[in-house]
Ligand binder design. Structure first.
Ligand code: NPQ
Ligand code: MG
Length: 372
């Protein structure tokens, strides 16, 4: 794939409502968008890092800097022979920075697939033309507000609801949702690592509510703790933040720390590695679902393609564009009977709207590709 230019853009995308989790509240999505251009095609990738390093060590200024100063120079050394399949290998001497690496690999893969006329879903061996949509609900001030919010999403047709929890906001909101919506609604919670093993008895109070899973109750690095917790509660444990690689996933599965995995390409360094993660889980019969990071249409298109793989047996944090943004930077993803359609066009199969992008761009950096 010959490349001539890379454009790094920072966008400020206002969220339709603030999103609160155990680690903070966000009202604007600070997006780093990667555009690669060659004579045959243009490709797009979205970096999912947040503005502050509160969720993962990565954050958007850091991702921007590492792409500019460490990742792009290594790729340019490969000259014109660069292919998406070897991006991860070329970048592997740089430790960590999975979200930055994922954004860059996705842009190159998108350009390559657009030039070849192949969709991302078929490149990843997807088998579905639509994927089940779930919704993630931030922490609200009151239970009344929560019930009202969930009612709207249930009426819209979302197939499952995920509730953000933290110590002090767990059993009572879950009880309220069960009382209001019954036990038919697939319901799960995400703690974003806000509990300790000392909370095991408290977390076991969630058992009676028949949750599909509890996601990341303990610290990212505490696989032993999650295995111990799994022996003390009946609700299946799903890991998110802990799963930074295929090796970490196999470790967590083999040690009984995770019955289900949340797969996020940004967390494991790209969609090709996310496919590998899917494949090992599928082989072992471990259910997976596609996580979300409040992506624009660019990242959402890639997530929908990933979720079309056969092992994604549970609805993901893949919502319609209007769950997060009043106006998306691509054609919006919409809910149809609780599902999103998998783009069938070449590459990501969406068309970024440069006019809309310009309106939300806060910083634009153009880099001439110098194959060295
Ligand atoms: C999770 N996502 O599964 C994440 C965490 C998360 C959809 O619940 C701004 C940008 C705010 C990314 C809040 C969902 C965010 C964010 C939460 C990601 O753990
Ligand atoms: Mg999570």
């Amino acid at each position: 794939m010959r490349l001539e230019r890379v454009v790094l853009r920072r966008l400020a995308m206002p969220l339709v409502s603030p999103f609160r989790t155990s680690f903070g509240v966000e009202d604007t999505r600070d997006v780093l968008l990667v555009q690669v251009e060659g004579p045959e095609a243009v490709g797009w990738g979205e970096c999912v890092a947040m503005s502050e390093p509160l969720y993962t060590p990565e954050y958007v200024d850091g991702a921007h800097a590492v792409i500019r100063s460490h990742l792009l120079p290594r790729l340019q050394q490969r000259g014109d022979e660069l292919v998406a399949d070897e991006v991860a290998t070329v970048l592997s001497p740089v430790k960590g920075h999975q979200m930055a690496k994922a954004a860059l690999e996705t842009a190159i893969l998108d350009a390559e697939l657009r030039a070849a006329g192949v969709s991302m879903s078929s490149r990843l061996c997807g088998v579905r033309d639509r994927v089940g949509a779930g919704v993630s609900i931030g922490i609200t001030d009151t239970i009344g507000e929560l019930v009202e919010l969930v009612s709207g999403y249930v009426e819209a047709g979302y197939l499952r609801v995920k509730l953000k929890v933290e110590p002090g906001w767990d059993v009572e909101p879950v009880r309220a949702l069960r009382e209001h919506f019954g036990y038919e609604l697939p319901l799960q919670v995400d703690a974003n690592a806000s509990y300790t093993l000392a909370d095991a008895a408290h977390l076991s109070k969630l058992d009676e509510f028949d949750l599909v899973m509890v996601e990341q109750p303990l610290r990212d690095d505490d696989i032993t703790g999650h295995a111990a917790l799994a022996r003390q509660i009946r609700t299946p444990i799903c890991l998110d933040e802990s799963i930074t690689s295929v090796a970490a996933a196999l470790d967590a599965i083999d040690r009984g720390a995770a019955a289900i995995l949340n797969v996020k390409a940004g967390r494991v360094g790209g969609y090709l590695e996310a496919k590998n993660l899917h494949d090992v889980c599928f082989e072992r019969g471990v259910p997976v679902w596609c996580g979300g990071m409040l992506e624009t249409g660019v990242g959402r298109a890639a997530n929908v393609a990933l979720a079309s793989l056969p092992g994604f047996s549970l609805p993901g944090d893949i919502s319609a564009s209007d769950r997060y943004f009043r106006r998306d930077i691509t054609e919006p993803f919409t809910l149809e009977s609780g599902h999103l359609a998998v783009p069938q066009g070449p590459g990501l199969g969406i068309t970024p709207d440069l006019q809309v992008i310009d309106e939300v761009t806060t910083l634009k950096e153009e880099i001439i590709w110098q194959a060295t």
